[in-house]
Design a protein around this ligand. Structure first.
Ligand code: T5A
Length: 211
């Protein structure tokens, strides 16, 4: 079977980290023994520097514009896709991504209301490259933000208004509904149940890939 690219998406605190753990364990049980996990923004030295900027840049004399934020997300994605993800897949190594293009479409497209710009840049940067499967963990923004808050200080994006995260979630849901390779999981449930659903989705999808 050709190596696959699987992405986990969702708002802050949706439970992506634990979903990725269970996803890796499930794939390994199913016989996938060459697997790499990456995160966005990040995953290469240059993309990790961009991650630091987009999450923590705070300068009232030179605030990050919405357009710069969007361009930086795609600069980081271009580094990761071309220098890591494509080469790994070509070598037969499966890749699990903590976020990908759907994040830009939801946060910058929905949250920042830059959807026209995001569509154009996405086409330029990615062409027809897309994940084989996207697992979207849907969570009430207020619940996700409470979980993020419990972890410590909020970063630049986490300090956005609830309305921003509501718009982001709405866009996520619309995009996931329109994508036949994306699966919706209710992440407001207890962790154990979310994990069971992730396992089920991966097992079913794996079976289809084998056909
Ligand atoms: N961004 C990113 C954009 O705006 N555009 C883009 O194109 C991209 C790629 C990245 C930021 O950049 C933005 C989005 C983000 O704001 P990040 O740190 O990578 O930042 O992403 P976060 O979503 O902020 O990461 P989090 O760690 O907050 O989210 P997770 O991984 O979904 O949450 P997780 O698994 O760490 O869980 C958080 C806590 O909740 C608990 C966990 O145990 C943990 O303590 N939890 C649950 N508790 C109860 N019930 C459940 N079902 C639970 N699931 C998890």
């Amino acid at each position: 079977m050709k190596a696959k690219y699987i992405v986990v998406e969702g708002l802050e605190g949706a439970g992506k980290t634990s979903a990725i753990d269970i996803l890796s364990q499930t794939l390994s049980r199913l016989g996938v023994n060459q697997l790499k996990c990456v995160r966005e923004p990040g995953g290469t030295p240059l993309a990790e520097s961009i991650r630091q900027l987009v999450k923590h840049h705070q300068d009232p004399t030179d605030p990050m514009t919405e357009m710069s934020e969007c361009l930086l997300m795609y600069a980081a994605r271009s580094q990761l896709v071309n220098n890591v993800i494509r080469p790994q897949l070509a070598e037969g190594i499966w890749v699990i991504g903590d976020r990908h293009d759907l994040s830009s479409r939801a946060y910058q497209g929905g949250g920042r209301q830059l959807s026209g710009m995001v569509d154009n840049i996405s086409t330029l940067v990615l062409g027809d490259f897309k994940p084989d499967l996207t697992v979207y963990l849907d969570i009430e923004p207020s619940v996700g933000l409470q979980r993020a808050q419990a972890r410590g200080q909020l970063d630049r994006i986490e300090q956005e208004s609830l309305a921003f995260f509501e718009r982001t979630r709405d866009r996520y849901v619309t995009l996931v509904e329109a994508d036949p390779q994306a699966v919706f999981i209710d992440a407001n449930q207890p962790l154990k149940e979310v994990q069971q659903q992730v396992i089920k989705v991966v097992e079913q999808q794996f079976e289809q890939w084998q056909c």
